[in-house]
Design a protein around this ligand. Structure first.
Ligand code: ZN
Ligand code: ZN
Length: 826
């Protein structure tokens, strides 16, 4: 860093939004954030950016997510890493289909599939554009040459290829199993797509007569509509009230079938009457009971949630209608004893909120349960920020009852590359070299069925669960399967994600990559919490505590909003959105700007020097800047952005601006009194310390720091962007403990004298006639004596006396053994 005639003065006003937009555009033009595939010298750092579902907006939750991703990326880049920060868009999925159906007021089956798909593509493109604008507006250092869409056939190719490999490895099977089913979306959904809601329900007490007896048992159920699907009645074998009934037959009302009373230890004797009906399927417990007791299955629901022919006279009714009709019929036959309101938890589709049913359908599954032990082992190997998040992944994996159902009965998704022989039903799977392929549009590339020689094939109609697309990103980002050197970026160094999607994103990534490559997909996992409204509840439009991101960014600017994201709370914790946090961030930027402007002004005549006559206070702030560098590095390495920001803001605002700059102004303004060399020492110090501040701050507030850098440092440093300059390693040798100790002492005295002046309501430049300092001991007296010039200059003292003894007067905060008496002109 030589020469300083290149320094430009900063203007008084700084137009935050203009500066931010300018750099967002220029960074892209300059290619500042490109990953360099040719560079083999710098270590790489790969970020597995989760491709989001574009929802048509960029909300404060997104601001928090991407701010985290970007702070980690920028920090590593300045630490000398060749950072790979890709960005893709996860396009497929129920949410877009539901949205298209809503916007166009259609149901998917009412228009041809290709037309429906086209509507989905158009809508998602609109959403992507809006979300991309948000990511850019947030100043994210994404390498846009990596941009991809999971709906592009080139991406399908990867999804389909990974599926074929998993089939070969024995991880995929087809089977008729109970699955979670959304009757509105008419598709199977995975456990991870089921949300649980508290709601009020009705418990119906229904009399079931025992066969060949006048006795009956009372059964309490919230789902009387499932009576036609009742296949057994169960009691707990330890429940003395019902022990004697086990093995007897009981008559199911309405349908008048007899079923057996079976013992099942999962029956809770304290719920309802202690007797339960087992239906196929009222809930997941029923599924387990049916398997254990090898009970028959009577499916009574159609795909769209109506009663089928097995429901007898209720066939054709919707679930709710059937419930009403059956309750009426029970009343008529006097089998309904009573009803009670109860609080219950029901599973609903996370895309549309419809209560989820359990249906048996032929589906494709991935064997995930067999990987649970490995998932736990790998979760323990991964570094989690914060550490306690790993139990969320392990607990989720351990809680799963079923393998992952990967097929969906929808339209907008990656096609499952399979066909069935029309004659014998044999499944024909696509070969690796056929993909991407849509079996609905193309025939399998074989002449005849390998089993029966048949020549006609029926395409698989189902598509993949969208998580099949997005759970291979760690490999895809690294260049798999096209780049030979993809392992260079695999496993990803960092997978950043939200706390709400650990059970999906972190989990599916883990099982997919373990199954495909027998390797964990990411080395570390950075988790952000949720954004809460100012009322402490999760931010949501329906709760009226919602703040739109553009309102925040346009009012105070991105760098202020990013300070809220960095400083709002500990990493991983939920972070309330508070306007005052953003306002404080903006005030800090103003403080930094004004200080930088002052420095640029004072350095007009500065010539770079290697050595200077540095004084205690110069060495004090330089050493403090080194200590700060160390603290920030420690925090950033652990992704503790709030700690890093707090340290930098405190240092900048208080030690640099309020203390150091104030204490050296006199030396700058009065070179004749102090000598030119001492003024140069201040210039040297200001130049160095401000540069360190903007470097440390750059990952958090990238725009304003770039603006300062370009005006004051770019030509000297020779890097086209601040974000490509190397952050110095913390250097313990540069920490000058003696200077820090002495400087702290001098600063407490200066601060106290100025505080007294302020309390006396006198302007800070008011001269003080005389100050008598009682240092308390000779060591302190020597230190203060050594720095008399700066004390006198800063406080405008005309006559000073420093005594080693203890004495009277105003005590100095932080050093109460020191006191002083001051005398002002009347
Ligand atoms: Zn649904
Ligand atoms: Zn065949």
């Amino acid at each position: 860093m030589l020469g300083c005639c290149n320094m430009k003065l900063l203007p008084k006003e700084f137009e935050v939004i203009k500066i931010e937009n300018k750099w967002q555009k220029k960074w892209e033009e300059m290619g500042v954030y490109r990953f360099d595939w040719e560079d083999k010298t710098r270590p790489t750092f790969s970020i597995d950016t989760p491709p989001p579902y574009p929802s048509g907006e960029f909300h404060m939750g997104n601001v928090l997510n991407w701010a985290y991703f970007d702070m980690a990326a920028r920090y590593k880049r300045m630490k000398g890493y060749n950072v790979h920060f890709p960005q893709g868009w996860d396009c497929h999925g129920l949410s877009i289909e539901v949205q298209v159906e809503k916007e166009h007021r259609i149901r998917k089956r009412e228009i041809p599939p290709d037309k429906f798909r086209k509507l989905c593509e158009e809508l998602i493109e609109k959403y992507i554009a809006m979300m991309k604008e948000g990511v850019i507006r947030l100043g994210c250092s994404v390498d846009w040459t990596t941009e991809y869409r999971t709906m592009d056939p080139d991406y399908w190719r990867r999804t389909q290829l990974s599926f074929i490999i998993l089939c070969d490895k024995g991880f995929i099977y087809q089977g008729t199993h109970p699955v979670n089913w959304c009757p509105r979306c008419e598709t199977a959904i995975a456990d991870a797509e089921v949300d649980y809601e508290e709601c009020e329900g009705t418990l119906h007490y229904i009399r079931f007569p025992l066969e060949n007896s006048h006795e009956s048992l009372l059964i309490a159920t919230t789902r009387p509509e499932f009576i036609p699907a009742c296949v057994a009645v169960a009691v707990n074998p330890t429940d003395d009230r019902f022990k004697n009934y086990i093995g007897r037959k009981i008559i199911v009302p309405i349908v008048n079938r007899t079923v057996e009373i079976i013992p099942d230890e999962h029956v809770d004797p304290s719920f309802g009457t202690g007797v339960v009906m087992i239906c196929t399927y009222g809930d997941k417990e029923d599924v387990k009971t049916v398997i254990v007791h090898k009970l028959p299955v009577i499916m009574i629901l159609t795909d769209n949630g109506k009663i089928n022919e097995n429901g007898g006279k209720y066939a054709g009714l919707a679930i709710g209608e059937a419930k009403k009709a059956i309750v009426e019929d029970l009343k008529a036959t006097e089998l309904l004893e009573k009803t009670e309101r109860i609080q219950q938890e029901i599973g609903v589709c996370d895309r549309c909120g419809t209560p989820v049913e359990i249906l048996e359908r032929k589906q494709w599954f991935m064997k995930t349960l067999i990987l649970t032990d490995k998932v736990e082992k790998m979760a323990n190997e991964v570094v989690w920020y914060p550490d306690y998040m790993k139990t969320r992944l392990i607990d989720w994996a351990r809680s799963l009852d079923w393998d992952w159902v990967i097929s969906r009965q929808r339209m907008f998704g990656t096609p499952i590359p399979a066909w069935y022989c029309k004659d014998c039903g044999e499944t024909i799977l696509a070969k690796e070299e056929w993909v991407p392929i849509d079996p609905k549009l193309e025939k399998p590339r074989i002449d005849k069925c390998p089993r029966c020689g048949g020549r006609e094939f029926i395409p698989e109609q189902d598509i993949f669960d969208t998580w099949m697309d997005s759970s291979i990103t760690c490999a895809v980002h690294a260049g798999w399967p096209d780049r030979e050197d993809w392992r260079r970026l695999f496993p990803a160094d960092l997978h950043p994600s939200g706390i709400d999607i650990i059970r999906t994103w972190a989990y599916y990534l883990m099982v997919r990559h373990l199954a495909l490559f027998d390797e964990k997909p990411y080395k570390s996992c950075l988790i952000n919490g949720m954004v809460l409204g100012s009322d402490g509840r999760k931010m949501s439009k329906s709760l009226k505590n919602y703040v739109a991101a553009p309102d925040v960014l346009n009012k105070y600017g991105t760098d202020a909003a990013r300070q809220w994201a960095a400083g709002g709370g500990a990493t991983g914790s939920d972070i309330p959105f508070r306007w005052p946090d953003v306002e404080y961030g903006r005030r800090f930027l103003t403080k930094l700007w004004n200080a930088s402007r002052f420095v640029s002004n004072q350095l007009k005549d500065y010539e770079a020097i290697e050595k200077c006559e540095s004084q205690v206070l110069d060495r004090w702030i330089l050493s403090k800047a080194e200590s700060l560098t160390q603290k920030v590095a420690e925090a950033m390495e652990k992704c503790q952005f709030n700690i890093a920001l707090e340290e930098i803001r405190n240092f900048t605002w208080h030690q640099f601006c309020d203390q150091y700059i104030e204490a050296v102004k006199d030396r700058l303004y009065e070179p004749k009194r102090y000598g030119k060399e001492k003024r140069k020492a201040v210039q040297f110090t200001l130049y160095k310390v401000l540069y360190r501040i903007i470097q440390l701050l750059a990952p958090i507030t990238p725009h304003i720091t770039e603006e300062i850098y370009q005006a004051m440092y770019a030509e000297d440093v020779g890097q086209k962007s601040l974000h490509l300059t190397p952050l110095p390693e913390p250097d313990m040798r540069k920490i000058d403990e003696e200077a820090e100790k002495k400087g702290d002492l001098v600063m407490t005295v200066i601060t106290e004298i100025r505080r007294e002046k302020a309390e006396k309501r006198k302007p800070l430049n008011t001269p003080i006639k005389r100050v008598k300092i009682y240092a308390g001991n000779s060591e302190f007296a020597d230190i203060l004596g050594e720095n008399k010039e700066d004390i006198v200059g800063t406080c405008k003292i005309l006559g000073i006396e420093i005594l080693p003894e203890k004495g009277e007067g105003r005590k100095v905060q932080g050093n109460p053994q020191i006191s002083f008496l001051s005398e002002y002109h009347p």
